[in-house]
Design a protein. Structure first.
Length: 131
């Protein structure tokens, strides 16, 4: 792809489909597929990898290394897609959430999340569950 070219909008969906096809449940072989190996290790391994990739994004950004920021961000997004697969979620779920938030200020969205969290905790307590 040439610099500045924008990929097709369904790139995330296509990549998610490839990830899904490599799941051990779909016949992915952990001996031959990085995705199958990571998924077979479970959520802790996936989340650890996301943490490592996020740290690499931060380091690249602190160095203002634009090509490395893009490369590390691609790694981070990839591993986030693997996490979505592990939890039976899809890129469309995240895109729908972003669309829902569109037009809200960040401060307004943060305040709404706090209200929802308090409501969920109150509902848990009312049901006799720990918050």
């Amino acid at each position: 792809m040439s610099p500045g070219a924008i990929p097709e909008p369904d790139t995330l969906s296509r990549l998610a489909a490839v990830i899904a096809s490599r799941c051990p449940e779909a016949g992915g072989d952990p001996e031959k597929s990085y995705v199958a190996r990571l998924l077979s290790k479970g959520p802790d391994a996936i989340l650890k990898k996301i943490g490592e990739e996020a740290t690499e994004v931060v380091i690249a950004a602190k160095d203002a290394d634009r090509p490395k920021i893009v490369a590390e961000m691609a790694d981070l997004w990839f591993h986030c897609l693997v996490a979505l697969q592990a939890y039976d979620l899809h890129p469309q779920d995240v895109l729908a959430e972003l669309a829902r938030r569109e037009g809200l200020s960040g401060l307004e969205e943060f305040a709404l999340r706090k209200v929802r969290l308090r409501e969920a905790e109150a509902a848990s307590v009312a049901e006799g569950k720990p918050p």
